[in-house]
Design a protein around this ligand. Structure first.
Ligand code: PEP
Ligand code: MG
Length: 585
């Protein structure tokens, strides 16, 4: 039995065979480049090679320390390929002379080299072809261009293991036969982590090489709560995981009584508890857990599942079905948020050097106005089946909000002209997930109907930590003084302008933070179904005044460590008091 330690990204336990998903082979498209762009292509090549090199080094170190120097040395030979002058010179020559894009030039160089190796009657050279191909794919992933086939779902209940999965791969897998996720890359707000939580399956991410090294069929025990994976678990561990899984079911059953009760504190302050969903299949789970509505529908996942751009009628059909099933409870449709780590070839959002600072969210939609307007029209039409709201992602200032609202106005005019039934004047809100939106919250609040704070991105941008990078995931600190101040400032600005404020980032699912969110004065908390009852329970226990004084106290803390320690201590004391109160009552 061997233990791998990573980041617990979705709580719970699973036991099952490994289903390996190897990232699909990338075949780059050839593209002509102008003479002036040749240096750009050379720089792109350099960056892609550097990324691949970095990845190989990391993997090699890990394999050496866990499996021995020999395993690490296998990858060291891949590093030599990347440093080989022949590979560099040949690639640069193809870019310069044929004036084609760097990825196509590199793939050609590797292809030529592999063909030469295969002609040599020596097994060592033939083996090197595999290394070459592996290196080729790593570098091409640095560019991430080309057609990528979706993953194959597991034929039997299994634990999905991979280096990384894109949100579109995860969406394509769905939940059938998926017991859990075990990934080499990613942090706890990366999208595979979010989807795992939404699906209610455990996930461990950031294993840095440990996941890809697992063999298909090998049995693993996943502890998504502690971030551990036990490989080839012994009988005792298997029994323990079985007990823990059953205990989880019992806890959920105990919390089921909360389903139809509101999240109201003992002194009468109410918070609306909503669910975050990505796919229509999650609607039933949201309702079963007592969601009062959908606080965040990440519509991009519907696009990823579709595989091509859905038409207005196709979108209307899917959106209407969700609104109808929510039976009058509001559904907040967040318009497409592609870009960042949510790339999709067919939508034209490609990987960039700095994707989270690049062409994502509202920037992408405003640049693709027809696509954007089509989606908005479909949402207006679907709203006739119940209650819906519109929300824009990644807003950084009023210009974007105003332009987006202009598209809404055009959409309404067109729908009226076409004589299509639609619900005019839907409430329009924005995600507050950039520091600039926080700083301009007072201005933004005057021109929209609500705020929803996206802490996954807000923490990423405020603390300058890539949410998908396991090496910096230790910087994800919801109680960092800068984050707490950003939250407070946003919520206060909303209330001063007379609009409501919600929060839909992953920190909404942390039970220890529920009282803090309540005390900050949020009107709505949107989280994934599995976490909803526990958060509701905390609010039902906590007087509003007490929650406010917790926040007042936390606001005086100077570091995230101080704040975490103080809160842990406070919760432990309150728990003891509650037990005593319960005993004497
Ligand atoms: C967020 O950023 O907190 C959020 C809810 O949006 P996403 O995770 O989809 O970026
Ligand atoms: Mg976001």
């Amino acid at each position: 039995m061997r233990e791998l330690v990573g980041i617990g990204a979705s709580p719970g336990y699973a036991l099952g065979p490994v289903h390996t998903i190897r990232l699909a082979t990338i075949v780059p498209r050839r593209r002509a480049v102008a003479v002036k762009d040749v240096p750009v292509e050379i720089e792109r090549f350099r960056v892609a090679v550097e990324r691949a090199r970095e990845q190989i080094r990391e993997l090699s170190d890990r394999l050496s320390s866990e499996l021995g120097a020999d395993e690490g040395a296998i990858l060291a030979s891949q590093l030599l390929i990347l440093e080989d002058e022949m590979v560099w010179d040949a690639t640069l020559a193809v870019i310069r002379l044929e004036r084609i894009n760097a990825e196509a030039a590199f793939a050609r160089t590797v292809g030529d080299l592999a063909a030469r190796f295969l002609e040599i009657e020596d097994a060592t050279f033939r083996e090197r072809v595999n290394d070459l191909r592996d290196v080729e794919q790593r570098v091409l992933r640095g560019f991430a261009d080309g057609a990528v086939a979706g993953p194959v779902p597991p034929p039997v209940p299994s634990v999905i293991c991979s280096r990384n999965l894109t949100p579109s791969d995860t969406a394509a897998l769905g939940r059938h036969n998926v017991l859990g996720f075990v990934m080499d890359e990613g942090g706890n707000t990366s999208h595979v982590a979010i989807l795992a939580r939404s699906l209610g399956v455990p996930a461990v991410v950031g294993l840095r090489g440990g996941a890809a090294a697992l063999a298909p069929g090998q049995v693993v025990a996943v502890d998504g709560t502690e971030g551990r994976v036990l490989v080839d678990p012994d009988e005792e561990t298997r029994l323990r995981v079985g007990v823990l899984t059953r205990q989880q079911v019992v806890v959920n059953e105990k919390l089921a009584y909360l389903r139809d009760l509101p999240a109201v504190s003992p002194d009468g302050r109410r918070v609306h508890m909503m669910a975050n969903i990505e796919l229509p299949v999650e609607v039933e789970e949201a309702l079963a857990r007592g969601a009062e509505g959908i606080g965040l529908l990440r519509t991009e996942y519907l696009f990823f599942q579709h595989g091509t751009i859905p038409t207005e009628d196709e979108q209307t059909l899917v959106y209407t079905e969700i609104v109808r099933r929510m039976a009058g409870r509001p559904v907040i449709f967040r318009t497409l948020d592609v870009g960042g780590d949510k790339v999709s070839d067919y939508l034209g959002a490609k990987r960039e050097y700095n994707p989270f600072l690049g062409w994502r969210g509202i920037r992408f939609s405003l640049a693709n106005r027809v696509l954007f307007k089509t989606q908005i029209k479909a949402i207006y039409r679907a709203a006739t089946a119940g209650s819906a709201k519109l929300m824009f992602p990644m807003i950084t200032g009023l210009e974007e909000l105003r332009q987006a609202r202009e598209v809404c106005a055009e959409a309404m005019v067109e729908l009226a002209r076409e004589g299509r039934p639609h619900a005019p004047d839907l409430p329009v809100g924005i995600m507050i997930e950039t520091p600039s939106a926080v700083l301009a919250a007072d201005l933004l609040a005057r021109e929209c109907d609500f705020f929803s704070i996206g802490t996954n991105d807000l923490i990423q941008y405020t603390l300058a930590m890539d949410r998908g990078n396991s090496r910096v995931s230790y910087l994800y600190r919801p109680l960092h003084p800068a984050v707490l101040r950003a939250l407070k400032r946003t919520i206060d600005a909303a209330h001063e302008a007379g609009i409501w404020a919600g929060l839909c980032g992953e920190m909404s699912a942390e039970t220890r933070l529920a009282e803090v969110l309540f005390g900050l004065g949020l009107d709505e908390i949107s989280t994934h179904g599995a976490a909803l009852p526990k958060i509701k329970q905390v609010i039902r226990w906590t007087p509003w005044d007490e929650a406010r004084s917790v926040v007042t106290h936390l606001m005086t803390m100077r570091t995230a460590d101080e704040a975490d320690a103080w809160l842990a201590d406070y919760i432990a004391t309150r728990k003891r008091e509650r037990v005593t109160e319960g005993e004497t009552a």
